[in-house]
Design a protein around this ligand. Structure first.
Ligand SMILES: NC(=O)c1ccc[n+]([C@@H]2O[C@H](COP(=O)([O-])OP(=O)(O)OC[C@H]3O[C@@H](n4cnc5c(N)ncnc54)[C@H](OP(=O)(O)O)[C@@H]3O)[C@@H](O)[C@H]2O)c1
Length: 326
């Protein structure tokens, strides 16, 4: 099979596409023929060995995919060969075949094709739980979404709008803000040129946002926290900026604010009821027509360029690699 491969940690330019033997599913595992794999910012961090968990060298990057079951390992009774499935792994998805534990498989929501199914689970589950399970967002509340044209950002704008929240999208530049506006954001803040805190106050009638969802970090986080209203909630989701912000704690005291964070893989372990409810709500929204915003589809051969674009802030929404000609 064709597979992306890294023999040393570093920038995406070090990734090549090679021929490897097909992997074999062990006990409790399944082999999936990958049709499409979505690119996520953490794939850049894993390639550079800057993620919370290391992938041992050499390895095939890629964490999110959709495809069909090609074989079942010993002790696995289903889903049957040929069933459409999606899944998330630490590595291995940027390949024509991937092996993973059967328990890590996710269903393909009814109505999604392989490209959109590959781009769905990580960002939409992250968006839902940031907004609802952790952020306690309610219909009618103002939510500021940072990085609103990115993968997590577009999903968060989409889900928040569909759940009746009022979205202030924050991103760099008018073209990126236009994407968030199309997904339902009521207003946009160009945080590359405008003052985030004052614009959040102005656009919410002087009081500030009820909730901030922050997948970006850096200097934007403190400005967004300052733009919260009294009793507001701030959810830290990620640090695409590269800098983990250090925020004066007195801001939390003065605002009577709540600051929370979560990691989606861990949340799946400790909050099973909330995860089941999230899956139910998201499946319903997909039935109503919700689709991830896929801005580009590339062949596997483009992997190094695509990941470089993600690392250098040049992509919007989701970029997907297609392993088939369909
Ligand atoms: N907590 C969790 O469970 C969880 C789950 C999924 C992802 N994450 C994290 O969330 C973050 C965002 O992931 P994503 O997939 O949405 O990434 P993405 O699609 O690349 O979007 C990140 C956004 O951040 C903004 N940004 C600001 N400074 C940047 C920089 N120096 N380099 C790159 N982007 C920059 C960009 O928007 P502008 O140019 O408009 O500012 C970009 O659209 C990552 O840190 C990821 O690890 C966390």
């Amino acid at each position: 099979m064709k597979a992306a491969r890294l023999t040393q940690y570093g920038p995406p330019s070090g990734i090549s596409v090679v021929d490897l033997d097909d992997p074999e599913p062990g006990p409790g595992e399944v082999l999936v023929r990958v049709h499409a794999a979505a690119v996520n910012y953490p794939d850049v961090l894993i390639a550079a060995n800057q993620y919370q968990v290391s992938a041992p060298l050499p390895f095939t990057p890629g964490s999110e995919f959709a495809g069909v079951i090609a074989a079942l390992g010993p002790g696995v009774s289903g889903p049957p060969v040929g069933s459409p499935v999606a899944g998330a792994v630490l590595s291995g998805a940027f390949a024509e075949k991937v092996v993973l534990p059967a328990t890590a498989l996710r269903p393909v929501p009814e109505g999604l094709d392989m490209v959109h199914a590959a781009a769905f689970h990580v960002t939409y589950a992250t968006a839902y739980h940031a907004l609802v399970t952790i952020g306690r967002g309610e219909p009618g509340e103002w939510v500021t979404v940072l990085g609103a044209a990115g993968g997590v950002g577009t999903a968060t704008v989409d889900v928040a709008t569909r759940l009746g929240m009022r979205v202030l999208a924050a991103a760099s530049g008018h073209d990126r803000l236009a994407i968030a506006r199309k997904l339902g954001a009521e207003a946009g803040i160009d945080y590359a040129g405008e003052d985030l805190k004052s614009r959040m106050r102005e656009l919410t009638g002087g009081e500030g946002a009820h909730l901030v969802i922050d997948p970006v970090g850096g200097s934007y986080s403190e400005a967004a926290l300052r733009g919260l209203r009294r009793g507001g909630r701030f959810v830290t989701v990620g640090y695409a900026d590269g800098e983990i912000p250090r925020i004066p704690l007195n801001l939390v005291l003065l605002k009577d604010a709540v600051v929370r964070g979560f990691e989606i893989r861990m949340l799946r372990q400790y909050a099973r009821d909330a995860v089941a409810e999230g899956d139910r709500v998201l499946a319903e929204l997909v039935r109503e027509g919700m689709r991830p915003f896929v801005s580009r589809v590339h062949p596997l051969a483009d992997i190094a360029t695509v990941l470089t674009d993600v690392a250098e802030r040049r992509v919007t929404g989701k970029v997907v690699l297609s392993m088939t000609d369909e």
